[in-house]
Ligand binder design. Structure first.
Ligand SMILES: C[S@@+](CC[C@H](N)C(=O)[O-])C[C@H]1O[C@@H](n2cnc3c(N)ncnc32)[C@H](O)[C@@H]1O
Length: 374
């Protein structure tokens, strides 16, 4: 099929229950103007660029309108500029359309609301917002100047004129404040204080909370007039790339150290579970997680502490080395979770206190909790 409007209708029709106005926005905004010249395809090892001008037009449109996230930049190289396959980590993408509208729906955005988006990327989600709310109600910030310039071209070509800012979205944009909603399409390790000040009382912040284990949780917070913000995690299992200033620092090559050993009390495979991994990240926020065929490796980026597990008889042994007992921290959190019946992520919430403390709690605001690294 080469009719983009038919592909847009098909895309919009396939989105599960959301406010019909978002479906209309999907039918209206031409995604091909945002993924304009290239995208990357991943084969598990490397990223291969697909260039529009070297692809059959029908096939190209078919790719553009798939409801998937297309990576458009890897470690600063855009797909359009890549002459051949590259390795590295995605640094920008066009988020899958159904997720964009699910997040905007979760944020409870309505006509007349003023929204600040963090992470313009290709500009597609910004245009979706403009299409429903009108240009004057939409602000969007992109960190990468090259991407910001390209996004501005894309958005203008589609006929929209929202306020576009190049800079660090973690500082928000105070000239446009107060906003009814802030929505982030990059993940954060904690809620940046500027967002709390720039959202009106009763407004919302919708973002994914992630960290250096790359575990993720989607949360919608309501900002209250007493300086607190509260909300629960959502059922959607989605992850975004970390906001650039929150990215994991590089760590030295890992050399296994025997350390002190003991049997584990929980199965290390729990760290492969969506919620189990999220808890591990809460319990050891500066640690990186590597899962191997036979166990897990935790390496603390701040102190070099390490913990690694290996099968032993019917169970597992853990080796811990360095100033932090990473496995003890993680295991305590996992056993607390198990004793509560291993609730899913929807059983967790986040409270931001006026003094800046940010607590992820389980079951109830006064239940077991873990502080986010602020
Ligand atoms: C998943 S992409 C955004 C997708 C975009 N909403 C779209 O529909 O194309 C995440 C974007 O966030 C940007 N980003 C990362 N850290 C940022 C920050 N601190 N402030 C603003 N943008 C940031 C990245 O450069 C990247 O373009």
């Amino acid at each position: 099929m080469t009719d983009p409007s038919a592909l847009r209708r098909q895309l919009a029709a396939a989105v599960p229950a959301v406010d019909p106005a978002w479906r209309t926005a999907l039918e209206t905004v031409p995604r091909e103007l945002f993924i304009r010249d290239g995208l990357f395809q991943f084969d598990g090892r490397q990223w291969t660029p697909v260039h529009r001008d070297q692809t059959n037009p029908g096939k190209w449109l078919g790719l553009v309108y798939q409801d998937i996230t297309w990576v458009t930049q890897v470690d600063g190289t855009t797909a359009a500029d890549a002459a051949g396959p590259v390795t590295g980590h995605p640094t920008s993408s066009s988020t899958l359309p159904s997720l964009i509208v699910r997040m905007l729906d979760l944020a409870q955005i309505r006509e007349g609301d003023k929204v600040l988006e963090i992470g313009t990327g290709t500009g597609y989600s910004t245009a979706i917002l403009s299409s429903r709310l009108g240009d004057k109600n939409v602000y969007s910030i992109e960190y990468d100047p090259g991407l910001a310039a390209a996004a501005a071209d894309h958005i203008h070509a589609a006929g929209y004129q929202p306020t576009l800012i190049t800079g660090d979205g973690l500082a928000g944009h105070k000239d446009g404040a107060e906003y009814d909603h802030i929505v982030a399409t990059c993940a954060v390790r904690h809620i940046p204080p500027a967002w709390l000040y720039q959202v009106r009382d009763g407004g919302t912040i919708t973002t994914t909370i992630s960290g250096w284990m790359l575990a993720s949780g989607l949360v919608r917070l309501t900002v209250h007039d007493d300086g607190t913000a509260t909300g629960r995690f959502h059922t959607d299992q989605i992850s975004y790339m970390l906001a650039r200033p929150h990215e994991r620092p590089p760590r030295p090559t890992f050399h296994q150290h025997p350390g002190t050993t003991r049997p584990t009390r929980v199965n290390p495979a729990l760290l492969e579970d969506w919620t189990g991994q999220f808890l591990a990240q809460l319990a050891a926020p500066s640690a990186e997680l590597v899962t191997t065929g036979t166990g897990v490796v935790l390496v603390d980026t701040a102190t070099g502490s390490q913990a690694w597990t290996e099968p032993a008889g019917d169970g597992w042994t853990v080796h811990q080395h360095g100033p932090l007992n990473l496995w003890d921290q993680v295991e305590d959190a996992l056993t607390t979770w198990q004793s509560a019946g291993s609730p899913a992520q929807t059983g967790f919430g986040l409270t931001v206190e006026p003094d800046g403390t940010q607590r992820v709690w389980m079951s109830a605001p006064d239940g077991p909790s873990w502080d986010l690294p602020v």
